[in-house]
Write a protein of this length. Structure first.
Length: 431
C-alpha cells in the first residue's frame, strides 16, 4: 500500500483528535470530522480553545476550501469523509453515573464510518477501551451498516492515544505509539502509517486485544499508585506528620516510585480502571485492588472538604454561611480541561454543609463549567471583594503560586494546600 496516496479521516477533534489530525496533515490529506459545529467553526477560524495546538501551527495546515494535496480540512458534514481510505476514531469513552463504560460515542462514530466504507479501507480506534471492544463490539457495527465483511473487505486496527493534556513537552509525535492490526499485513501498514509521523517510534503489539489491554492498564497502574499515597496521607495526618516530608525522605531510595497525593480526575486515570473492571467482571473475576483504588481516589474530594470543615470548627469559625475560596476547577494544572474534575467534589461537599463556595480558575472556560457542572466561577480574584474563612488550593496553576493569599483571608482563616506547592509555613494543612 502506498500510504502517500491515502486520505485520512480523523473522527473527533478534541484533545486527542486535533493534535493527531494536525500531525498527519503535515504529510497527508486529512479530513477532520466533528459533530460539534461550534468546535468546527472555532477550529476553522484558526484557534483551538483546548490550547493543545497553537494558532500558528493550526493555520499552517488548515485547508479551508479542501483543495490542497496535503493539509487539514475540518468539517461537520459527514459526506466529506466518503472518499477517505483510513478512518481513525478519537471520540470520548466516558462512564455513566454507575461507573459503567459508555461506548455510545464509538458506536455512533462506527455507524457514520460504515456508511462510507469501501473495499480495503482501514478503521483504526484510538479511544480507550477494555480488551475486545474493537473486534467484538465495533466490528459488528461496521459490518452491519456497511454490508462488508471484516478482514475480507475492510480491516481494523487499534492504536491507543497517549495524549497528556497541557503537556507541551510530550506532544503526540514525541510519545512512542503502540500499534496493532486485524491481520499481520494490516498491522504492518498501520505501524508504518504511524511511524511516518511519530518521531519517538512505534511498538507493534501482537494483537488488537493486547494493544487495548496495554492502554487500559497504563492509567490503572497510576491510579492504584496514587490511591496508595492518598491512603498514606490519611494515615500520616492522623499520626501528625507531613506526607510530603515522608515522601521526600523515602524518595531518596533509587527505586522508590515518586507519586504524590491528590485529586484523581480527568479523562483517563479517573475512568480507565472502570473499563478494565467491567471486562474482568464479564469474564468472572471481581477485581479487588483496581476497584479499591478507585473508591479511595473517588472519595478524596469529600475527604479534603471534611478536613477543612474540621479545621474551621477547631478555630471556632461558624460553618453555615461561611465563605470558602476554592482555587482551581480544572482536572490538572495549567490546562483548561475540566472533564471529570474532582475539584467539584470539594465544592459539593462544602455546599452540603451550608458553606458559600467561590471558585476561581484562570484557565477554565466559565460557560463550559456552567454547562457541565451548573457552577458559576471567577477567572480572576479581582472579580470579588469577599474575605474568606478558608482557602483551598485544589489545582496548582502557576497563577496561584504568585497570589498573596493574605489579601483574601480573614484574620482567623484556614489555608489548605491539596497540591503541596505553597510554602509550608503559609498553610494550616496539606494533603
Amino acid at each position: 500500500m502506498n500510504l502517500q496516496e491515502k486520505k485520512v479521516a480523523i473522527i473527533g477533534l478534541g484533545y486527542v483528535g486535533l493534535p493527531l489530525a494536525v500531525a498527519f496533515a503535515e504529510k497527508y490529506k486529512v479530513i477532520g470530522f466533528d459533530i460539534n459545529q461550534q468546535r468546527v467553526n472555532e477550529l476553522n477560524s484558526g484557534h483551538d480553545e483546548t490550547l493543545e495546538i497553537n494558532d500558528l501551527l493550526l493555520n499552517s495546515v488548515l485547508d479551508l476550501d479542501d483543495s490542497k494535496v496535503i493539509g487539514l480540512h475540518i468539517t461537520g458534514t459527514k459526506d466529506k469523509i466518503a472518499d477517505c481510505n483510513i478512518y481513525i476514531v478519537t471520540v470520548p469513552t466516558p462512564t455513566d453515573k454507575h461507573n459503567r463504560p459508555v461506548l455510545t460515542p464509538m458506536i455512533k462514530a462506527s455507524e457514520t464510518i460504515a456508511k462510507f466504507l469501501k473495499k480495503d479501507d482501514i478503521v483504526i480506534y484510538e479511544s480507550t477501551v477494555y480488551p475486545g471492544v474493537t473486534e467484538e463490539e465495533m466490528v459488528p457495527v461496521l459490518e452491519k451498516y456497511s454490508g462488508l465483511k471484516f478482514n475480507h473487505d475492510f480491516y481494523c486496527g487499534y492504536s491507543p492515544e497517549r495524549i497528556n493534556p497541557g503537556d507541551k513537552e510530550h506532544t503526540v509525535t514525541k510519545i512512542l505509539k503502540v500499534t496493532s492490526g486485524s491481520t499481520p499485513q494490516i498491522a504492518d501498514i498501520i505501524d508504518s502509517l504511524y511511524k511516518s509521523i511519530i518521531t519517538a517510534g512505534t511498538h507493534k503489539a501482537p494483537s488488537i486485544k493486547v494493544a487495548e489491554a496495554a492502554k487500559v492498564i497504563e492509567n490503572s497502574q497510576r491510579d492504584i499508585n496514587i490511591a496508595f499515597v492518598n491512603e498514606l496521607s490519611k494515615i500520616f495526618n492522623l499520626i501528625g506528620i507531613d506526607t510530603n516530608d515522608v515522601l521526600e525522605a523515602a524518595g531518596t531510595k533509587w527505586n522508590f516510585l515518586k507519586f504524590k497525593p491528590g485529586l484523581v480526575g480527568g479523562h483517563c486515570i479517573g475512568v480507565d480502571p472502570y473499563y478494565l473492571a467491567q471486562k474482568a467482571q464479564e469474564v468472572g473475576y471481581h477485581p479487588e485492588i483496581i476497584l479499591a483504588g478507585r473508591r479511595l481516589n473517588d472519595g478524596m474530594g469529600a475527604y479534603v472538604a471534611k478536613e477543612v470543615i474540621s479545621l474551621m470548627i477547631k478555630r471556632d469559625i461558624k460553618i453555615k454561611h461561611s465563605n470558602v475560596l476554592l482555587l482551581g476547577i480544572t482536572f490538572k494544572e495549567n490546562c483548561p480541561d475540566i472533564r471529570n474534575t474532582k475539584a467539584t467534589d470539594i465544592h459539593h461537599e462544602l455546599a452540603g454543609f451550608g458553606v458559600n463556595v467561590t471558585i476561581c480558575d484562570p484557565w477554565a472556560n466559565k460557560n463550559e463549567v456552567k454547562h457541565e457542572y451548573g457552577i458559576e466561577i471567577l477567572n480572576n480574584m479581582e472579580e470579588t471583594s469577599i474575605k474568606f474563612d478558608a482557602i483551598i488550593l485544589a489545582v496548582s496553576h502557576n497563577e496561584f503560586k504568585l497570589l498573596d493569599l493574605d489579601n483574601f483571608k480573614n484574620i482567623n482563616s484556614i489555608i489548605y494546600d491539596v497540591k503541596g506547592v505553597l510554602p509550608k509555613d503559609k498553610v494550616d494543612a496539606r494533603l
